[in-house]
Design a protein. Structure first.
Length: 457
């Protein structure tokens, strides 16, 4: 939207006393009737003005996110995502919507066309037509910023931080005031890169964000390394793969929970959600915990990845709020956090009118936690894990969630739970950020492996 605020009128009586630059009106009391940039209420006035326009053309606010507007059209929903004066439209014919905004409501639109960039994130299509998004130009921009600060481009690295690094025990010299400003600027840039899809640097960025108030020379050198990793792998992008995952070979967890403390528990569905339209989606979640990640506090790190069908849609990496003395406790904490996020994701999708398959799938690499969660007659031996224990088990008892074990070497949540080395996670990173074809092609069938082994022998 060009000059968006000026499209709205002020709600209060605002005036100024004209200065000499107003010529003959100098000294006069001048009323301001348009929402000028700089007035405290202008943002609200513009938001209300555009909301009235969207309602006029048939859109309603989503209860999941007030800045996402939706309307039904020919058996599907059309969406408009609003960020102040930037619009992102998803529709069969978005040109009709922009035409109404320009011709009927006289808005001045600029940069109208197929999505190529939004809020610093680039959108493009692979050679097979798959929609991709990632902050490629933004990374180039912060590399230029790095060069202007330090006089040269960063040295390239194959991982954000060294495997098993512990920056919290760094005892190098503290940075001066100028160094602190540089550090805080760089951290801010990295955090935005994470928001735009570079989840592979999230754990490193989360760890280094702790030292923003009083960073040391060693901490700044670690940030330079993260920049060097981004420079080497600047082409990373998330692919929007819409096909449902093939989970038919997973064992069906048929247990009778009727005689458990949970009884015949069921999922509570929102009664005011819009009717679901279009194809259903399945949510898949991967979880992991890194015990004793922080050497000073003893806290573990939670790592979670959420997918809708085969598309990565959310990522989470954070130090846990409590100190766990064993992997069992830290993994159960992760499972509980993931369950809360799964409920939120399922609710959000429903309020966006997306059909959600009844069962979500969650994978973790701690077999004891998976078994204790999935079997009705399991016992709780550590009382301080009771809330996490019951939270996860109730979801499974309600048949909302299937919780399965996965080999730690195949768990992509490792990427957001620990500081890793390139050989350790490349086979996990490649299908999520770098492979442009069907990620299933990267999995070598068992028959081929056996045949290859015979040939090698």
């Amino acid at each position: 939207m060009g000059n968006a605020y000026l499209e709205a009128m002020t709600k209060e009586k605002v005036y100024i006393i004209g200065g000499p630059e107003f010529g003959n009106l100098a000294g006069h009391t001048l009323l301001i009737f348009k929402a000028l940039y700089g007035l405290r209420s202008s943002g609200l006035c513009w938001h209300q003005r555009f909301a009235d326009v969207l309602r006029d053309i048939g859109f309603i606010q989503s209860k999941a996110e007030s800045d996402i507007w939706m309307r039904e059209s020919n058996g599907l929903y059309e969406y408009i995502a609003v960020y102040v004066d930037d619009l992102l439209i998803a529709a069969r014919d978005p040109g009709k919507i922009t035409q109404i905004l320009e011709e009927t409501h006289k808005f001045k639109l600029k940069g109208v066309g197929p999505l190529t960039s939004h809020l610093g994130c680039d959108y493009f299509r692979d050679k097979d037509g798959t929609l991709c998004y990632g902050p490629r130009k933004y990374i180039g921009k912060i590399m230029d910023q790095f060069e202007s600060i330090f006089g040269s481009k960063p040295k390239e690295y194959t991982s954000p931080l060294e495997k098993g690094d512990h920056p919290e025990v760094d005892e190098s010299e503290e940075l001066d005031e100028d160094g602190i400003k540089k550090y805080q600027t760089m951290i801010g840039c990295l955090q935005w890169a994470v928001s735009l899809g570079r989840f592979d640097i999230q754990t490193a960025t989360m760890t280094m964000s702790r030292f923003r108030a009083a960073p040391r020379v060693g901490h700044l050198n670690r940030l330079k390394r993260i920049y060097g990793y981004l420079k080497k792998f600047a082409s990373a992008a998330i692919r929007v793969r819409i096909l449902e995952p093939n989970l038919g070979e997973l064992p069906d967890q048929k247990f009778n929970w009727c005689h458990s403390v949970y009884g015949n528990v069921e999922e509570l569905l929102p009664k005011d959600a819009p009717k679901p339209l279009g194809k259903a989606v399945t949510t898949v979640t991967y979880t992991d915990a890194n015990l004793y990640h922080d050497m000073l506090t003893g806290r573990s790190v939670t790592g979670i990845l959420h997918l809708c069908n085969q598309t990565l849609v959310d990522w989470y990496s954070k130090r846990q709020a409590t100190v766990e003395t064993a992997t069992f406790g830290s993994e159960f904490t992760v499972a509980r956090i993931a369950v809360d996020q799964i409920i939120d994701l399922r609710t959000t999708l429903r309020f966006l009118g997306v059909p959600v398959n009844h069962k979500s799938y969650m994978f973790g690499d701690n077999q004891a936690v998976v078994m204790n969660s999935s079997i009705p007659h399991s016992s709780l031996n550590k009382r301080h894990n009771a809330l996490s224990y019951h939270r996860v088990r109730e979801m499974i008892a309600a048949k909302i969630l299937g919780y399965y074990w996965i080999d730690g070497k195949l768990n992509p949540a490792d990427i957001v739970s620990k500081h890793w080395a390139y050989p350790q996670v490349w086979h996990l990173l490649k299908p999520l950020l770098f492979y442009s074809g069907d990620p299933g092609d990267l999995i070598e069938p068992a028959e081929q492996k056996q045949e290859k082994a015979k040939t090698d022998t």
